[in-house]
Design a protein around this ligand. Structure first.
Ligand code: CCH
Length: 294
């Protein structure tokens, strides 16, 4: 394809599904590489979230539109430690599908990861554009795991979310793990870190959580097996009265959590994108690779 043909190429929903399918293939390459728990899914979800969660509703800055984490200093913000792994994986996809914007690519990767790991469908559509280094956001817009309920509210209210949505979004910690060399924290939240379940909420209520005695940052461990962890901000969800009400509902009803999580994540991934940019008036439901085989 010539450069001119590439510039004139207008992708359709089917073209984005091809990108989705390529990302789905890459998720599993982690098991051959011996990476973490056998999927790149969790770190890709974290990339999609950190690229969106910088949004500030007052100034309209940040969010997924410009993919400013490509630039320093945003790439070097402490909260983004380790995400070069995810950005590097997506660079491979970008080479094969050069017409996709980084913002679309990273959020589509989050959608593919969540859906392929057994989560709910996440409505998604294309339209983000590549921005410039000058649009990078200041440090401190993403949550700090060592803090409490006031901090969580300050951070997520700034993005436009309410208490119920904060709790629903936090259930993403069913996935993945903390890495000593990235955040300083250590360990997974659940026993099934590459499958989307409501176990994060169940475990918050069912296990007894005690402060871990170690030389690392303050985190909790489950008293029984000492193999799971919770961050101080996770534990806040069962301490704060308003958060606890939603956490309990999600622990008791995975379908309810799937529904609310899907809605909140779809909103999260669209933060900061002017509505005039969307290529479709409504988000698409992209079938999973299993559904495409049916
Ligand atoms: Fe998170 N998260 N997150 N998180 N996160 C970490 C890892 C993941 C906080 C802190 C951390 C969300 C909300 C919060 C994921 C998705 C979401 C880590 C470990 C810290 C620390 C990083 C490391 O060491 O590798 C805090 C504080 C909040 C406050 O609310 C939300 C919202 C989402 C998505 C919707 C995922 C997935 C991971 C696992 C990444 C991996 O590499 O396994």
């Amino acid at each position: 394809q010539s450069a001119k043909a590439a510039a004139n190429f207008v992708p359709t929903k089917e073209d984005y599904i091809k990108v989705y399918n390529r990302i789905a293939e890459i998720l599993d390459e982690a098991s051959d590489k011996g990476y973490d728990d056998g999927s790149y899914g969790p770190v890709l979800v974290r990339l999609a979230w950190h690229s969106s969660g910088t949004y500030d509703k007052e100034s309209g800055t940040g969010g997924s539109n410009y993919a400013t984490m490509r630039f320093e200093p945003e790439a070097l913000h402490g909260a983004n430690a380790g995400l070069q792994v995810a950005r590097g994986l997506m660079e491979v996809v970008k080479k094969e599908f050069p017409w996709i914007s980084y913002g679309d690519l990273w959020t589509l990767a989050g959608v593919a990861a969540l859906q392929e790991m057994g989560g709910p469908h996440i409505p998604w559509r294309a339209g983000r554009i590549d921005g410039f280094a000058t649009q990078a956001t200041p440090d401190g817009r993403l949550p700090d795991a060592t803090q409490g309920a006031d901090h969580l509210r300050n951070i997520f209210y700034r993005m436009g979310f309410n208490d119920q949505e904060i709790v629903a979004l936090s259930g993403a910690h069913a996935l993945g793990r903390c890495h000593r060399d990235r955040s300083g924290f250590d360990g997974p939240w659940t026993f099934s870190p590459i499958t989307v379940t409501n176990d994060y909420f169940k475990l918050l209520f069912d296990e007894s959580w005690v402060w871990k005695k170690w030389d690392g940052p303050k985190q909790l461990e489950d008293k029984k097996t000492k193999s799971l962890m919770m961050l101080p901000t996770d534990y806040v969800l069962v301490q704060d009265k308003s958060f606890k009400k939603y956490a309990k509902q999600y622990a008791q009803d995975q379908d309810l959590w799937f529904k609310d999580f899907s809605k909140a994540v779809a909103t999260l991934f669209e933060l900061g994108v002017p509505s005039t940019q969307w290529v479709a008036s409504e988000p698409w439901i992209i079938p999973t690779t299993d559904e495409q085989k049916e």
